[in-house]
Design a protein around this ligand. Structure first.
Ligand code: SF4
Ligand code: SF4
Length: 108
């Protein structure tokens, strides 16, 4: 199953669905800890799926997750490149279990 998910990662998302499951029902997206974030912008530049943008407050720019469902399910790219370890994602195992459950429900 894990292999199947891995192979399909990034390929199976279309029209808001992931392997036929509504993408919105899979809570996989980055969360930024602003206490750790140094606003370097690397995550915004790194993600080519447009999950991030900037928001500006009092002349200060900081990253914000504007399209969480654009995040590729099981990708952790931005988390890996964040120099401040300010980005987290849900647990991979829990997400895979949830996807399994949703796929099973879809077949019934
Ligand atoms: S890469 Fe990390 S530290 Fe840099 S803006 Fe993004 S969350 Fe903040
Ligand atoms: S985990 Fe991947 S797809 Fe998701 S926001 Fe980060 S770089 Fe983009």
């Amino acid at each position: 199953m894990r292999e199947t998910l891995k192979k399909k990662e990034g390929l199976a998302m279309s029209e808001g669905r992931y392997q036929g499951i509504p993408r919105a029902s899979i809570p996989w997206f980055p969360t930024i800890d602003y206490k750790k974030c140094v606003s370097c912008g690397k995550c915004v530049e790194y993600c080519k799926l447009g999950a991030y943008s900037y928001e500006e407050t009092d002349g200060e720019k900081r990253p914000v997750v504007v399209k969480p469902n654009n995040c590729v399910v099981l990708c952790k790219g931005c988390q890996d490149i964040c120099p401040s370890k300010a980005i987290t994602h849900p647990l991979r195992k829990e997400t895979i279990n949830l996807i399994r459950k949703l796929l099973k429900q879809k077949k019934q």
